[in-house]
Design a protein around this ligand. Structure first.
Ligand code: GLN
Length: 546
């Protein structure tokens, strides 16, 4: 049976619970354990797919096509986990399941209540991720202790220890120890209050992770320990670090792995963190440098492109390079012109997106990259716009996507009426209704690559699998015309019906993919397309210096 580590947060939000959960996962994997990580989110949306990236950050997509919280991206980047539908539950999904059961008559006339029905459903959800494949299930509870919304989750994890036994459950609480400049002191009161609040609902944390910008002196740890009913060694300083990939190492220095081992009665080897040392060393002391412009819509909220940002850092790791990101609002390009924003950069990336805002600015960025021969990477929408730009300016078409202009003369990107779904093995039909929502192509689909292309060279493989999240596709009616003018189709669905990757014949590195490669990149295994793109951007720079 797996053991459970529950992670709660207190004092304020945004302390980095997701990173903490992921880093603990990395550290336990380094000690030879098999780890899964789960996020329980207190909001009522059934899944985060409909949440605005402005408010909630990126929607992370799993292989099995779930739209999940961005913390699952951290879990996958720090550990070997490939998350699925069991790794993210929201209050909405829990209630939805309970109400579905109630409608079916499963409760046989019981009065359906938060306790026990909702809490039982939560406990089932927690167990659903913890199969025999894993030694540890780390469960992150979203929100902050004291929120009304997270109470049923806290009650469920309180009961959990009762069911599975003390030695199988560990409660970790993440708090803040702020440094008050005017007093010149670190303050422990918020931590004490937060732990009190947790204890009031019956949870005594086993260890505290204290976020702090300064080292926590031993007397400070002792003070927290006495007030919170803990051993001083159970108070761990989670110091600010310069890269998130240093967090597993900093936890190890604080003895967190030994503590978890002791508290969960495990007998493990010393952690092998060589790979994390290498990752951190490469990030901190790179040999090269390049700047990449990300031309998007949500550039003021970096969390909207979290996986993308990380994947570019990974591309840098693969090339021993620091990648400086320039966030460019595509509407600003429409106002100030493309030169103003892009003349200094080594690479241009147009990420995924929905809706027509800022589209023409993005197309201008694509045209600039194509004409000036600057390395270009288009992801999902960025690939579709690269096709449209090529159609307009090279083939003289009146081109657009029907997403932005339903009546366009040359719909280069459009909604297919039906397509073969390689995951379900079925033909998917699109009804007028489903065009509004429903039938997005979501999750992992296979693709075959064409030899001799940049894509083939980057992957070094003929068959790949990548995650999708889109509705519109390349219109095959235009394949012949576009390829005759120099567009290269380098990746296709196995039946050759769907275009997955495009490139340009006369360009150093110009690639657009219909999928989201950023979701599968890890610091320890940078994604081949990001490595190749960053590599191309640096090569350009080296040539300039020669
Ligand atoms: N809006 C486009 C589509 O639905 C692209 C989506 C995306 O970039 N993820 O096809």
């Amino acid at each position: 049976m797996p053991k459970y580590i529950f992670i709660t947060g207190g004092v304020v939000s945004a302390l980095g619970k997701g990173i903490a959960a992921a880093a603990i996962g990395a550290l336990l994997e380094a000690k030879g354990l098999r780890v899964t990580i789960q996020k329980l989110d207190p909001y009522i949306n059934v899944d985060p797919g409909t949440l605005s990236p402005f408010e909630h950050g990126e929607v992370f997509v799993t292989d099995d096509g779930c739209e999940t919280d961005l913390d699952l991206g951290h879990y996958e980047r720090f550990t070997h986990l490939r998350a699925s539908v069991v790794n993210n539950y929201t209050t909405g999904r829990i209630y939805f399941n309970v109400i579905t059961k109630e409608r079916r008559g499963d409760y046989l006339g019981d009065t359906v209540q938060v306790v026990p029905h909702i809490t039982d459903e939560i406990k089932e959800a927690i167990k659903s991720a913890a199969s025999d494949e894993y030694d540890i299930n780390i469960v992150e509870i979203g929100g902050t202790v004291g929120d009304i919304e997270s109470l049923p989750f806290l009650e469920a994890i309180r009961q959990f220890r009762y069911h599975v036994g003390k030695e199988n459950v560990l409660y970790v609480h993440l708090t803040l120890v702020p440094y008050i400049k005017t007093a010149g002191e670190l303050k422990t009161k918020p931590t004490q209050h937060s732990v009190n609040e947790l204890r009031e609902i019956g949870i005594q944390p086993d260890l505290l992770l204290c976020r702090t910008e300064r080292p926590l002196p031993p007397e400070m740890k002792r003070k927290i320990a006495i007030h919170c009913n803990l051993d001083p060694d159970a108070v761990i300083a989670a110091m600010d670090v310069s890269t998130v990939y240093e967090v597993p190492l900093s936890f190890m220095e604080e003895g967190l792995d030994k503590l978890i081992e002791k508290k969960l009665a495990l007998n493990l080897r010393e952690p092998d963190v060589e790979i994390w040392n290498q990752v951190v060393e490469r990030i901190k002391n790179p040999k090269y440098e390049c700047s990449i412009a990300i031309v998007g819509k949500y550039v003021n909220l970096k969390d909207s492109y979290k996986s993308l940002e990380e994947a570019l850092i990974h591309g840098g790791i693969a090339n021993n390079a620091r990648v400086n990101l320039e966030w460019v609002d595509s509407e600003a390009i429409e106002t100030h012109g493309v030169e103003h924003h892009l003349s200094e950069v080594d690479g241009i990336l147009v990420p995924g997106g929905f809706g027509s805002r800022g589209i023409e600015g993005k197309i201008a960025a694509v045209q600039y990259a194509r004409e000036k021969k600057i390395p270009y990477f288009g992801i999902c929408l960025g690939m579709q716009l690269a096709v449209i730009e090529f159609g307009r300016h090279v083939c003289g078409l009146s081109a657009n996507s029907t997403e932005f202009d339903v009546k366009v003369k040359d719909p280069l990107i459009y909604l297919m009426e039906s397509w073969y779904n390689h995951r379900s093995g079925k033909i998917e039909e699109r009804t007028a209704d489903s065009q509004m929502g429903g039938t997005m192509r979501l999750g992992a689909y296979p693709a075959v690559l064409i030899e001799g292309t940049h894509a083939f060279k980057a992957y070094g493989a003929k068959e790949i699998s990548e995650r999708h999240r889109h509705r519109y596709e390349f219109n095959n009616k235009y394949r012949e015309l576009l390829t005759s003018k120099g567009l290269v189709i380098s990746g296709l669905s196995p039946d050759h019906e769907l275009v997955e990757i495009i490139e340009l014949r006369d360009h150093p590195w110009f690639l657009g993919c219909q999928f989201h490669p950023e979701f599968k990149s890890r610091p320890t295994e940078p994604h081949p397309l990001f490595s190749a793109f960053v590599g191309a951007a640096i090569r350009e720079k080296r040539e300039l210096f020669q």
